[in-house]
Ligand binder design. Sequence first.
Ligand code: FAD
Length: 501
Amino acid sequence: MNVQTQIDTTTSPRTTEHFDVLIAGAGISGVGAAYHLTTQCPGTSFVALEAQKTFGGTWTTHRYPGIRSDSDLHTFGYRFKPWTTAPIASAAEILKYMGDVIEENDLAPHIRYQHTITSAKWSSEENLWTIEATRTDTGEQLRFTTNFFWMCQGYYRHTEGYTPEWKDMAKFKGPIIHPQKWPEDLDYKNKRVIVIGSGATAATLIPAMANDCAHVTMLQRSPTYFRTGRNAIEIAEELRKLQVDEIWIHEITRRKILFDQDAFSRKTFEEPEAAKKDLLSAVEAYLGKDYDIATHFTPKYRPWRQRIAFIPDGDLFQGIKSGKASVVTDEIDRFTEKGILLKSGKELEADIIVTATGFHLCANGDIEFAIDGKPLDFADTVTYRGMMFTGVPNLVWVFGYFRASWTLRVDLVADFVCRLLTHMKETGAKKVTPQLRPEDHNMPLLPWIDPENFNPGYMMRGMHLLPKRGEKPEWQHNQDYWAEKDEFPAIDLKDKAFVYG
Ligand SMILES: Cc1cc2nc3c(=O)[nH]c(=O)nc-3n(C[C@H](O)[C@H](O)[C@H](O)COP(=O)(O)OP(=O)(O)OC[C@H]3O[C@@H](n4cnc5c(N)ncnc54)[C@H](O)[C@@H]3O)c2cc1C
């Protein structure tokens, strides 16, 4: 770090700090980026600026009862740090794991909390990004310059969740709560609760609250697929019995999980009806033949068109079976003083309503971007493999996987960035800008993701904010870990898609 300039005004930042790399965010992606920089690019100066008071991102923001992962921690954990307990983990366990990574690798001095990045401006004259940030504790304005901007700010807005506008919401007498803003002191003991939503958040909240509430109702417009089973990975248990080293257990278990997930993913495309049957029979094993699985747990879409959450030990279904929780599949007509009137005419009464209705997609971390004085709209760019953007120099965004754990891509993108930075150092290049090659010019440009492939609500609502995708693998985020694990290390840094300067 060095202090470059002194600007003596009260409104502008007084100093500018320079770093070789600046990371936005200290979630699982930002901490991973910091680790890989220290190990693969030693000597590189870097800082991570994080808006919140601590690291963790998603796992710090969400504090609702029961908050846990919906994918296994052998693959949601980093490849370099073994996960040694049950695969589905609570937010507290994930934060402990991330805290250990920070401590063991001395990353804390590189992370600054309560620093919200507000703008990022690229200058081709200086080959630098100027990053402005606000300290949320003091209001101080800070300025940084960096050669390379590594965006690890996630994919949704952390400051507020998405709640649709329903008629007469104001009439409801009780609290209406979005899980992203869970009040610490919310007392739901012996209360009647409606959770609106059918995704992983609803499926986590319901079993966590069911024992304390008078009753909890999951109100969904349409059903979602879930996977269920024991919260354990057999092969990890076996290897542990044999006292195999945890580093080996982590690697072998990852390979087994990824092998099985690959087979399952393929099945959803090649034999969707068989895949559907597998998923539904697991639900039936918990709920019994008499339960109306056709109405409440049989989605209309092909499996994997939306994320499939894992329900450990079938706890959601056990809650329903016990009668403490129930599912209503219907549409909301309007809110009433006492609860919710459904389109079927039935009224559901409640003391508390929880809107587990998702996120606001946020592609740029609410950062104002400009290139040489011209405002940058990412929707005008084409993505290079879902991580770089045409016309945007020295910038990478980490957008993980939906059908596999997000973090698998954190490690893959980091390997690529570190290789790219080393290549630039060796060749003396100051900037790299992705650009469509002559052979790409007639390529049709499409939305970021094909809705036939993956179509959760937040994606559909926010697609217009995202960069474009091309038809070729280089110009899309194909959500295919099994292809990218081989393709990424083989990326030719001399390809014409990279313009150096
Ligand atoms: C409840 C929930 C459960 C999930 N479970 C799983 C799961 O089990 N498996 C899985 O693979 N995926 C899961 N996901 C998806 C999940 O978000 C990602 O897997 C992963 O946590 C994202 O990590 P990240 O570091 O990229 O982003 P985030 O966790 O979103 O962290 C980004 C960080 O950047 C900070 N930031 C944003 N903008 C700025 C700015 N302008 N200036 C400074 N800092 C900024 C934020 O404060 C935040 O701390 C889940 C998502 C949610 C919401």
